[in-house]
Design a protein around this ligand. Sequence first.
Ligand SMILES: Nc1ncnc2c1ncn2[C@@H]1O[C@H](COP(=O)(O)OP(=O)(O)OP(=O)(O)O)[C@@H](O)[C@H]1O
Ligand SMILES: [Mg+2]
Length: 486
Amino acid sequence: MTAFGKLIRTTAFRLTLVYLFLFALFAASLLGYFAWNTRRLINEQITTTVNGEIAEITDLYNRRGLWRLAGTLGTRALRPGANLYLVTTPEGRAFGGNVESLSPGVMASTGWSETAYRRLDEQDTANHRALVRVTELSNGFRLLVGRDLEERRRLFGIVANAAQWSLLVVIVLGLGGGIFVARRVLRRIDAMTGTTQRIMAGDLTGRLPVGRSGDELDRLAENLNAMLERIEALMAGLKEVSDNIAHDLKTPLTRLRNRAEEALAKSGCEADYRAALERTIEESDGLIRTFNALLMIARAESGQARGNMDDFDAADVAGGIHELYEPLAEDDGMTLKVKTQTAPLHGNRELIGQALANLVENAIKYGKPDAETAGTVVSMDARQITIEAKREGDQVLLSVTDRGPGIPEVDRKHVVERFVRLEASRTMPGSGLGLSLASAVATLHGGELRLGDAQPGLVATLALPARAGAGDRVAPPIPDVPQKVA
Ligand SMILES: Nc1ncnc2c1ncn2[C@@H]1O[C@H](COP(=O)(O)OP(=O)(O)OP(=O)(O)O)[C@@H](O)[C@H]1O
Ligand SMILES: [Mg+2]
């Protein structure tokens, strides 16, 4: 498309054309109204003067006769800017006045008409126009009195001239303005198109140019830039997650393959093969668990699990998890306690149960007191893990507290990311997905996972919004009018 073609297709230019048309129409109607009114006014003026003179002359004729009339017309015709006068005999011949010729048939009928005329005292041969009135005098004589229309014609000329010029000025200014605005808009849109093409070609760092005027295009560019920023961050996050997944799954898969190879190369008897296969199954189970955890996180993060929500009491979930993990904790030399009060929730029970279970598993795995790892005997108190479910304001808090080493403040944000494990716990089995799932579940429910210091130990809390309207103590209404006390 040519540059001009692009220009006239812009909204700015088309709007200008519409405004131009409306403005020209307005100017034309204004001038038209002015011209029409002026013409009416001039006609009115002429009629009044002519009527007055006819009345005077007729009166004179009636009182003094024909010869007096001829004399008066002679003197009147000599006055500057005089009217037209003509008296004709019953045979139609001129008897007096200052008119040399008229359009044919003017004297034949009485009343008002417009006619071309020539005066007796005029040298030029040009025909002028006049508005005239013919009246019948007694004895078949006729009297014509009229006024030249030159003034009206000149005024029309001025108005027509003004209309032409103003139309020209409107068109030139309007088109100029339209082209100027359209070109400015086009230049900015072209700059934006250039950037978007770069972005579409894969360069996500591109940003739309933002001017200083703060107009609608600037605001649009700012919003699109904010959107691009968000998309870039999401893409970077996605890339990091897929890199992490690829990296973290590669290690166990390589291990699995190497073990199988080793078994093939070294094992001699059936028992060896059996042991190798059992280890392979164990390793594969671990991989399947990791995949399941990843799928569950994806389900929670995408919001898919929202369809599966119902009302329940978080205290029941805490009780269930306590029952399930108490024997496991005991086997590990820990005690698992539970403290609950009614905590109404609306959510995905299975996911919240899984998130709490992950926190309890962590407490059992990592929550052993520091001193124990150093070989010192510690009290039972230091081996205690507490699960707590309670309601606080409009939140339900589901927490797990242990007396172990805790997580240093600097690592607390980082540790909820996928596959992140702290150096101190590398020796324990795990894939670094437990806290990610707990955090994703909390976010899905509009809450958050808080990691705090239990001095010593870690307190991990799922802070979730309580179910609205459940168990709320409603304050009695305060009456507007003081009540009478009985
Ligand atoms: N109660 C805790 N005390 C001390 N450190 C903890 C505790 N809970 C978690 N951590 C640290 O946070 C890391 C991440 O925990 P997360 O539950 O996400 O993964 P994991 O337990 O290592 O593996 P997974 O839960 O997937 O089996 C752990 O590796 C550990 O270093
Ligand atoms: Mg864990």
